[in-house]
Design a protein around this ligand. Structure first.
Ligand SMILES: Nc1ncnc2c1ncn2[C@@H]1O[C@H](COP(=O)(O)OP(=O)(O)O)[C@@H](O)[C@H]1O
Ligand SMILES: [Mg+2]
Length: 307
């Protein structure tokens, strides 16, 4: 079987405006990849927990990264042990490193890079085919992606510059890395998606959005004609109050789907053939079964679009 190009990358960043469903989309994409046989880990940068790689489902792992423990790990692996010991124990060094602009981003992305290597530098760690990053919201997401190049340019020589350059080259290699925007079909998130595209294109190391995932699309339940008829019924004075409330609910949803359509059009014309649409799921919570539904939808559309 020909592997869909998106899922054959090694590092996929999901970014977008807060609350649009980045975490949901990252997990669903992770499931989609695992279902097509790729050993996958979904990594977030919330830094909760102890950076342990936990199994969510067969072939699908999850990890939460924070810059501080990424630094400790880096020192353990990279620096000769007495010096590392000293640095690890130095609160002053930690405070200094964390206050260096861009250092947190560099450490986080360095850890993501490490997860995506065929040979992990961490002892006994298993290799992954794919790392899906539940990245921070657009602005911070773009800063994260830019951190390695910025660092390499500032430091120029020495081991950090070298490491940063290696990471920057990996992130800008379209065979290795893809950046995907998540959005809902609303004005602000769509605007932010367009701004994200422009901001990624600027600078010495331009990146392109590989795809846009339009999440939470409402179903269109009525035609405009039907909506008109419902509105007329609603406005009749004989219509009982209870029925009127039901009609209001239906009409509000129709209005919402209609607004979403306009925003969807905006996306489609900005990103022809690169928009993947996920439905709004009317469920109290999204657990693994619901995520599997979204994952199946992603697989079908990725295969269909040749994305
Ligand atoms: N397609 C969807 N259908 C229904 N609810 C969704 C969908 N996508 C996300 N949600 C819900 O919306 C909320 C925000 O999603 P989340 O993935 O946490 O967003 P983000 O990570 O961008 O802040 C969560 O409660 C999530 O369960
Ligand atoms: Mg989230």
């Amino acid at each position: 079987m020909l592997e869909p190009a998106l899922l054959s990358r090694h590092l996929i960043f999901i970014t977008g405006k807060g609350g649009v469903g980045k975490t949901t989309v990252a997990l669903a994409l992770g499931q989609a990849a695992a279902a097509s046989g790729r050993r996958t880990i979904v990594a977030d940068l919330q830094g909760e927990g102890d950076a342990r790689e936990e199994e969510l489902a067969p072939g699908l792992m999850r990890v939460s990264i924070d810059p501080q423990s990424a630094m400790e790990e880096y020192l353990t692996v990279k620096v000769p042990s007495p010096a590392a010991q000293l640095l690890r124990q130095s609160h002053l060094f930690a405070a200094f490193a964390m206050a260096t602009p861009g250092m947190r981003e560099l450490l986080s992305i360095g850890k993501l890079w490490e997860l995506a290597q065929p040979q992990r530098r961490t002892a006994n760690a298993q290799a992954y085919d794919l790392v899906v990053v539940d990245a921070p919201a657009s602005g911070h997401g773009a800063a994260l992606l830019r951190a390695p190049r910025t660092f390499a340019e500032i430091a120029r020589v020495g081991p950090i510059a070298h490491q940063a350059r290696t990471i920057a080259d990996t992130v800008s290699d379209p065979d290795f890395t893809a950046v995907v925007a998540a959005t809902t079909a609303e004005e602000m998130p769509v605007t932010e998606t367009l701004e994200l595209r422009d901001s990624l294109r600027r600078g010495a190391d331009p990146l392109d959005l590989h795809a846009v995932i339009l999440n939470g699309r409402y179903p269109r339940r009525f035609s405009d004609g039907e909506a008109h008829a419902l509105q007329a019924l609603r406005d009749r004075s004989q219509t009982p109050a209870q029925l009127r409330q039901m009609l209001d609910a239906g009409l509000a949803e129709h209005a919402r789907a209609h607004l979403q359509e306009q925003q969807e059009q905006r996306l489609m014309s900005a990103f022809p053939d690169a928009v993947i649409t996920l439905p709004y799921l009317f469920e109290p919570a999204l657990e693994l079964p619901q995520l599997s539904l979204l994952a199946a939808e992603l697989r079908a559309q990725i295969a269909g679009a040749g994305a």
